[in-house]
Design a protein. Structure first.
Length: 464
């Protein structure tokens, strides 16, 4: 046995690629626990609502303009859009829209957004193959669990090395979800993972400004994962054991050395990760949401006026604190900016979508507020992440100091957004686009998707 073979055999993540393949091939609707099926429906409903609302956003519109200039229309409907696309473009446009307004779901323990990558792919392929609703649920679970197990195993190293976890792990999940709907075999799944690994990408440099690129990351991941599966279906081979191998995904993106890679965990050895994904109630970066909630909670309960604030000190975890210097010059950056978001919370007792318009962003009051704000990441707070997303906010006024700590944000398993709240979020996003009657009809059809013999009519109904 060579040294390289010995290292490969002994390293902690050995067999990770095969585990994902075995899990994906084994996913069956009837064998899934009811809570996994229930959460798959929740995240389908949530992501579709965000896709429809996000389709009219600037970056999603610009992406479609580019595609229209180089390619003719396709046959696949895209949620919230009038123009039809081909399979790959449908995934790209849907993913960009789903990640375009900072309202899509995510997985805290891996700091990755799943729905914006998986749902656009399964809707496009599901429509093309005219699959059943049960098959759609299987593909959603397979895609989510693939992304989650990888993001969890690589956190926080993946982010600390400068990569955006959503787009780094996203192609793998999109590949598995696509292959599941297309009936691929184990060998094809393995090759799809091997191909998808070379599409893993996405830098976190958007925290320095130019945050529009973040929106495109989900679209890229959804499209590239789908393409990897389609190539594997045609017989294109990918590197074996690509997750854990020497010079493979974990070494390159997370740990630097393959002997440091961590083992992955999939059901039944681990709980279904899809049941632990959060739903966003506010259109802002999830890392900042606990501080935002603590700030407007204090402002409400202590009746603190915006103009009376002398100083705000936020203690949070390191990854969240990275957003302390993000500017708010443009719409996308403002949704990631610690000073601006906490300023909104202090001034308006909440964060609403309309707060990101240019007139509000240009208000000099937020520049003044930013000078009063400090954000740090003390060890005792930072070490709580990713088990929690803690933020301790201390507000100083002429009346004294007021302190509140939020260990988790609304929409998580610990502070859940219930089904009624989720449906209300869907209606709030979809009614301005399609009207109340159609929004109600769509929410009911999505909520009962597993009863559909063919999802194509539903996907058709999601488009303009």
């Amino acid at each position: 046995m060579s040294h390289a073979e010995a290292v490969h055999t002994l390293q902690p993540a050995a067999g990770a690629t095969d585990q994902i393949v075995q899990f994906t091939t084994g996913v069956r609707y009837d064998a899934l626990p009811e809570d996994a099926r229930h959460y798959a429906r929740r995240h389908l409903l949530d992501t579709v609502g965000v896709m429809i609302a996000g389709a009219g956003g600037t970056i999603a519109t610009q992406a479609e303009t580019v595609i229209k200039a180089v390619r003719p229309d396709g046959k696949i409907p895209v949620a919230g859009r009038a123009r039809r696309a081909d399979l790959l473009d449908a995934a790209f446009l849907g993913g960009t829209a789903a990640h375009g307004i900072e309202l899509d779901d995510g997985y805290r323990h891996g700091s990755a957004h799943c729905g914006c990558v998986i749902i656009p792919a399964v809707l496009a392929v599901g429509y093309d193959r005219r699959v059943s609703g049960k098959a759609l649920i299987e593909a959603i679970v397979a895609g989510y669990e693939t992304n989650i197990c990888l993001a969890r195993a690589c956190a926080p190293d993946l982010r600390n090395r400068g990569f955006h976890p959503t787009s780094a792990v996203g192609p793998f999940g999109a590949a598995m979800a696509t292959g599941k709907l297309r009936g691929m075999n184990a060998s094809q799944f393995a090759n799809a993972l091997g191909i998808a690994a070379s599409s893993a990408a996405g830098l976190f440099a958007f925290v320095n400004g130019g945050a529009d690129i973040k929106r495109l990351h989900a679209g890229h991941a959804s499209r590239e994962g789908m393409q990897a599966a389609l190539l594997a279906e045609q017989g294109v081979e990918g590197p074996p054991g690509v997750i854990e191998s020497r010079d493979g995904f974990m070494q390159a993106f997370a740990f630097g050395r393959i002997d440091k890679a961590r083992p992955i965990k999939l059901p039944p050895a681990a709980e279904y990760g899809i049941t632990d994904c959060y739903i966003k109630p506010y259109a802002c970066c999830r890392h900042i949401q606990p501080a935002v909630e603590a700030m407007f909670g204090l402002a409400n309960d202590e009746k603190i006026a915006f103009e009376d604030i002398r100083k705000v000190e936020v203690e949070t975890y390191k990854i969240a604190a990275e957003h302390a210097h993000v500017p708010w010059d443009d719409f996308a950056s403002a949704q990631l900016s610690f000073p601006y978001l906490v300023g909104l919370a202090a001034r308006y007792r909440g964060v609403k979508f309309e707060h990101f318009d240019e007139k509000t962003r240009r208000d000099p009051a937020f520049v003044e507020f930013a000078q009063k704000l400090t954000v740090t990441a003390p060890t005792e707070i930072d070490q709580l992440y990713p088990k929690l997303r803690p933020a301790r906010v201390t507000v100083t006024t002429g009346k004294g100091k007021f302190v509140r700590q939020a260990d988790e944000a609304w929409g998580s398993r610990q502070v859940p957004l219930d089904d009624a709240g989720l449906i209300a979020k869907f209606h709030g996003l979809v009614e301005p686009v399609f009207g109340e009657k159609r929004a109600k009809e769509l929410s009911e059809r999505l909520w009962t998707v597993d009863q559909a013999a063919d999802v194509a009519p539903l996907v058709e109904a999601l488009a303009k």
